[in-house]
Design a binder for this molecule. Structure first.
Ligand code: ATP
Ligand code: MG
Length: 448
């Protein structure tokens, strides 16, 4: 038997006491039936927005779809309950928004406008209203459109992405008729804004079955419209003599995502597209050896374009591009500290962990072990060199010290001295300790 927390029951009683019907719907019911914790408190009711507003003095109503938000104060947090009157939808001329929204009289009508059977179950606190067999589909792990799939995807093309997203979050299969309809209507995704596509795409990237989700996007044809650069990678072979690769580029990228240890969505995105420059740099020598020279440079440019298309923030774009641009870093134990420091500066200290996560993903996605002694040594060295200053600002002396020691006035000379000292620290000739640096500055006095 499903049990709702007391504060939810109390909330629902407030409606019933005034003679209204009220049901929990959508993700909340789904989570409950799956035995998961939920923070999806969406309700549908026979009350109209003005009537809901009268029930709760702190409720607010701001949206044209009739949703009223009711803040529910708990001991340690405030939850926002969303309540929408029974609705039906009709007339979609732009594949996106219903032309008009009409209130409905029954919860069954409201459930009929919902996208998938597992999302079209209502719960009144005691019994489930399940006209489309949602519980059965939930049990059999199936995503099935409510009603006629073609019509449902044509009404709102975002549902194409949502189907794949739920499959990939829950590890469900898309029912064959629904799947065929996605294939047939995939092109309609062009009507949806990139912000909304991105939001669904990011949910896929962060889901437990993200790699399979990407493969479903590819196989349904949706990938062709949202990330054609990645689709191209599946047609790019890289298995050749003298090379360690076992997969084509696209499969390698998906396998990398499957094993990506980072939860960060941009890192996961970068993992999925790190070799995106390969189709354009593909070369085959006479002996049949395949090469992709400079693919990371070409890839960084493509990543920048993708980031703009997906409307990422500047910060997200910068990170995505850097991770792609520098993913080919060497872990050679013979490289100098200076080279390591350049690498850290290029990647950005704040992205270092994620750059290493991408490398682990890349390795496993190529059929290798997660790490190697070289990679482990490299990580240790990264830590070591970070103990040393990265710029003049990190030195344990500053311009005032230099002026005092050398009796200088403010001017370019002060900067030059600091730069000389910094270079010595970088070369490992002096440590970044105040006493040692002061001695160094004094030596420069003698030289001058
Ligand atoms: P989550 O919140 O975890 O993403 P959810 O199922 O709650 O999952 P929401 O986007 O919050 O998804 O939507 C709540 C409910 O509203 C859905 O379960 C579904 O019944 C309905 N719904 C949402 N978007 C659509 C849509 N585009 N077409 C039809 N019904 C939808
Ligand atoms: Mg929700």
């Amino acid at each position: 038997m499903l049990k709702l927390p007391e504060y939810v029951q109390k909330f629902m009683r407030a409606f019933r006491d005034k003679g209204y019907e009220i049901y929990l719907v959508g993700g909340g019911v789904r989570d409950l039936l799956l035995g998961k914790e939920t923070n999806n408190w969406d309700f549908t009711t026979s009350a109209k927005p003005e009537e809901i507003l009268k029930l709760f003095e702190n409720a607010f109503y701001h949206n044209k779809y009739g949703t009223v938000t009711v803040p529910i104060k708990l001991k340690d947090k405030t939850l926002l309950f969303e309540v929408t009157p029974f609705r039906k939808e009709s007339g979609y001329s732009d594949f996106r928004h219903p032309d008009k929204i009409e209130w409905a009289n029954t919860v069954e009508e409201d459930l009929a406008r919902r996208d998938f059977t597992i999302n079209a179950i209502a719960f009144d606190g005691e019994k489930l209203i399940d006209p489309f067999g949602g519980q059965k589909d939930l049990k059999n792990k199936i995503i099935r459109a409510v009603g006629e799939p073609d019509r449902r995807f044509q009404e709102d093309a975002l549902r194409l992405m949502r189907a794949v997203r739920f499959a990939s979050q829950l590890g469900f299969q898309i029912e064959p008729k629904t799947y065929q309809s996605i294939v047939k209507n995939a092109y309609l995704i062009k009507n949806i804004s990139w912000e909304r596509i991105r939001d669904e795409f990011f949910k896929i990237l962060q889901s437990p079955y993200s790699a399979d989700g990407i493969l479903v996007l590819k196989n349904t044809g949706l990938l062709h419209y949202i990330l054609p650069e990645l689709e191209e990678c599946f047609k790019t072979p890289q298995k050749s003599p003298k090379r360690h690769h076992i997969y084509d580029v696209g499969t390698h990228l998906v396998e990398s995502l499957r094993h990506c240890p980072s939860k960060d969505v941009i890192t996961r995105f970068a993992t999925l597209i790190h070799d995106i420059g390969k189709p354009k740099t593909f070369k085959k020598t006479e002996e049949g050896v395949i090469t992709f020279y400079n693919h990371e440079v070409v890839g960084a440019k493509i990543a920048d374009r993708i980031a703009r298309r997906f409307k990422l923030s500047n910060k997200q774009r910068d990170k995505l591009v850097r991770l792609v641009r520098f993913h080919q870093f060497t872990v050679d134990e013979k490289q100098t500290d200076k080279a390591l420091r350049r690498f850290i500066r290029n990647v950005g200290k704040e992205n270092l962990e994620d750059m290493l996560a991408l490398r682990v993903a890349d390795r496993i996605g190529s059929g290798a072990k997660p790490s190697s002694w070289r990679l482990e040594l490299f990580k240790k060295r990264l830590k070591e060199v970070q103990k040393q200053p990265f710029s003049i600002k990190d030195l344990k002396i500053d311009g005032y010290d230099v002026m005092k020691i050398l009796g200088l006035k403010p001017g370019p000379k002060v900067g030059e001295v600091l730069k000389k000292v910094f270079e010595k620290v970088e070369r490992g000739e002096v440590r970044n300790e105040r006493e040692e640096l002061i001695e160094e500055v004094k030596k420069l006095k003698v030289q001058n």
